[in-house]
Every structure is written in C-alpha cells, then in structure tokens.
Design a protein around this ligand. Structure first.
Ligand SMILES: CC(C)(COP(=O)(O)OP(=O)(O)OC[C@H]1O[C@@H](n2cnc3c(N)ncnc32)[C@H](O)[C@@H]1OP(=O)(O)O)[C@@H](O)C(=O)NCCC(=O)NCCS
Length: 190
C-alpha cells in the first residue's frame, strides 16, 4: 500500500523544494511575471546557512511495496518564516503551501498545516499569518477547514499590503521627502 510521511526539510531536499515552489509559482500566476527570484542555492544558503531565514516540511510519497519501485518522492511542501512584533512578540508567516495535483485529496494539505502548527507552537509563535490570492478564493475553504480565520471578513477587517522592491528602493534611497503641503524635509538616516 502507498503511504506518505511528513517530515522537516533538510539541506539535501532543497532541489525538491525548489521544484515544488516553481509549480506553486505557476499555480499562483507569478510565473507569468518573469523568472523566479530564488534559486536552489539561495534556498540552501537562506535555509541552512549561518542565518537561517525559513524552514519547511515535505510530504513524501512512498510507493506500494508490491508495485514498481519508483522510489520515494516529495509531493508537497509548506514553508514558514519567523517574525517579531513589539506588540505581539514572536509571530510567523506561511511562505507557501503546495501539494502536487495527483496527490491532492489525501489530507496532505491538512497534515502539512498540522506540522506547521506544531512548529509554531514549539517556536512560541502566537500567530501564523498568510495571504490568499483572490484568483484562488476556493482555497479559503481549505484554510477555514483547518481552523484559520479570514481577517478580510472578520469584524475588524485587515487589508493586505505589499512594498515591492522598486518602491522600497525609491523610499530607501530618497534623501528628501515632500509633505502633501509641498514642504520639503531633508533628513539623514544614520
Ligand atoms: C490547497 C492544497 C494545499 C490542499 O491540499 P490537499 O492535500 O488536496 O487538501 P486536503 O486533502 O488536506 O483537504 C482538506 C480539506 O480541504 C478541502 N479542500 C482542499 N483543497 C481545496 C480547494 N482548493 N478548494 C476547496 N476545498 C478544498 C478538501 O475538500 C478537504 O475537505 P474534506 O476533508 O471536507 O473533504 C492543494 O489543493 C494545493 O496545493 N493547491 C494548489 C496550491 C494552493 O492553492 N496553495 C495555497 C496557496 S495560498
């Protein structure tokens, strides 16, 4: 009988992680906006270098013993990064969840989220945040089924905002800022 294992990702899993992340990029539509901004080497360095920035869990498919020996294969991943907020303390951000289409419906998505929930509790994170692409709104049903709250629909709705790199650069490199009244403030960041 085929079976699945959920386990923490290791440095030697970065190739499989990269392949799964690229499939998620296609699914989200990000692939249409140019090449990926990560590489397998970046995943190795940023996941397992001197300052690890993320960790991940994989769903591993183990083929049935009485079938062709196709070997074990990573068929899903979930990633998480730590954050810290002076108001809330340790929090975390979900950095991707994906299960290969042919393996969906086997509760691997739930099992991966369970691994992340345990991980966050071990790290003493008080919350796990993430965004859901509005082109894939049916995924909301999945997140609701594991117990996540949709903040957009909550009594105190939250908007999701993003600073893209080009605008981050503009702001970071500006040495003067104009107020709406036209007043120019020159400042120095030391
Ligand atoms: C979302 C995803 C990870 C779910 O993985 P999965 O292993 O198929 O999900 P599970 O088998 O654990 O499903 C758990 C429950 O969620 C429901 N569900 C799963 N995917 C769903 C979807 N896309 N829409 C609606 N419901 C969904 C299932 O019906 C199941 O409910 P049930 O137990 O009542 O039948 C998978 O569909 C996927 O990788 N999708 C593409 C990538 C994606 O959307 N990632 C999230 C980015 S924000």
């Amino acid at each position: 009988m085929a079976s699945y294992t959920i386990r923490r990702g290791k440095i030697e899993d970065c190739k499989a992680l990269f392949e799964l992340a690229m499939k998620l990029r296609v699914h989200t539509g990000d692939a249409a906006f140019g090449g990926p901004t990560t590489t397998e080497d970046m995943l190795r360095e940023d996941g397992f270098g001197p300052k690890p920035l993320f960790r991940f869990y994989l769903a591993i498919y183990c083929p049935p013993e009485d079938g062709p020996n196709t070997g074990e294969k990573a068929v899903g991943f979930v990633g998480v990064s730590d954050m810290f907020c002076p108001l809330s303390g340790r929090t975390a951000y979900l950095t991707g969840l994906f299960v290969d289409a042919e393996h969906r419906g086997n509760r691997l998505g739930v099992a991966l989220m369970k691994a992340i929930a345990k991980d966050c509790l071990t790290q003493r994170s008080s919350r796990l945040s993430f965004a859901v692409d509005t082109n894939h709104l049916d995924t909301r049903k999945f997140y609701a089924s594991v117990g996540a709250t949709n903040l957009t629909e909550s009594t105190t709705p939250n908007e999701y905002w993003r600073f893209f790199e080009s605008n981050m650069k503009k702001l970071a490199e500006a040495d003067e800022l104009k107020s709406s009244s036209g007043k120019t403030i020159t400042f120095q960041t030391v």
